[in-house]
Design a protein around this ligand. Structure first.
Ligand SMILES: [Zn+2]
Length: 328
């Protein structure tokens, strides 16, 4: 078996840009502290809308060349976050962006939404058994906000986590591996409310060309405070997150601590990122939030700020065992 890093984090996302918006600070933080960070993106986001007028010709209803362009944006974003291991599920172009719920593109051949879950999960099982992550981050069963590719990403990720652990399943894909903790991306409603209220005081249009302020319901994964189990303060990596989001220039315009998507409605840019532990055991004392995705995991090395994880003595120095994997 390969020499594995002490802490191994796998993130599974639907489209290029989702990882930077949801987890950019977390990814930069863990990459900077020597964890193995692996991103799997399920589609190339071919159906996305294009913000810069000069690139509008890439759109699916014109040249339909947005996929390769967004692949390059993703690579640039990962460079900003310091993440070397980023992969496309099944290889580039295997699964196509399905568009928003109910559109004709949902039913296309290769549309991720109509791909049988087990077929897509097989590709992820191979990655899980190779990378052997202790922690998986993905969306909730609703995909955070109901986008078919995000819902499918959730289904594929949790199915692959189950299958990867099953001893009898596809031994040709590697030795069985059980992921210790599975998290869903979240935003606490009170935090969202506070940040959106602050945005409403901003004069428009602003440098981002904003037409207005978005609605909280447009933010994926907003839930009541009580469901947040884990809070990762990535503020030291705020600049990296913003740079990664900027790299997705067809999709995002960043302006300070806010950004717009193609609807040109302002949203807050979060540098503390929030999670709900959906599977596994919390490493925090009862009633408290975890501050580390690896909290409570024996042998998972130091916490992201360099201190011992959850009061345990760190057996490994971050980065000492070397990074695993390579960019694909
Ligand atoms: Zn997406």
């Amino acid at each position: 078996m390969k020499d594995l890093s002490a802490r191994r984090l796998l993130l599974v996302h639907a489209h290029p840009d989702d990882e930077s918006i949801n987890n950019g600070a977390t990814m930069a933080l863990y990459a900077a502290t020597g964890a193995q960070v692996t991103l799997v993106t399920c589609t190339l986001g071919e159906e996305g809308e294009v913000i810069p007028p000069g690139l509008a010709h890439l759109a699916p209803d014109r040249e339909d060349r947005l996929g390769p362009h967004r692949r390059a944006e993703l690579a640039a974003a990962m460079k900003e976050l310091g993440v070397a291991d980023h992969r496309l599920l099944g290889g580039a172009g295997r699964f196509r962006d399905s568009g928003m719920m109910g559109v004709e593109q949902n039913r296309r051949e290769r549309a991720f939404w109509r791909t049988p879950v087990d077929e897509a999960a097989g590709y992820l099982v191979e990655i899980i058994r190779s990378v052997r992550p202790q922690v998986l981050v993905t969306y909730d069963p609703d995909g955070g906000y109901g986008h078919p590719d995000h819902i499918q990403t959730h289904r594929v990720a949790v199915r692959a986590a189950d299958l990867a652990a099953e001893r009898a399943y596809r031994r040709d894909l590697g030795d069985p591996h059980t992921i210790d903790k599975i998290y869903w991306n979240r935003v606490p409603r009170p935090v969202a409310e506070e940040r959106f209220a602050a945005l409403r005081g901003v004069p428009l249009p602003g440098p981002a060309g904003a037409l207005g302020v978005g609605a909280i319901d447009d933010v994926p994964g907003v839930v009541d405070d009580a469901r947040i189990t884990t809070e990762i303060d990535g503020s030291a990596h705020a600049a990296r997150k913003a740079a990664a989001m900027r790299a997705h220039a067809t999709q995002i315009t960043v302006d300070g601590d806010r950004f717009v998507l193609s609807n040109l409605l302002l949203q807050p840019l979060f540098t503390t990122e929030y999670y709900e532990l959906a599977q596994g055991v919390s490493g925090a004392p009862a009633g408290e939030r975890e501050r580390d995705l690896f909290a409570g995991l024996a042998g998972a090395g130091s916490s992201p700020d360099g201190g011992p994880a959850d009061g345990r003595t760190a057996p490994g120095t971050p980065g000492a065992s070397g990074a695993v994997g390579a960019a694909v």
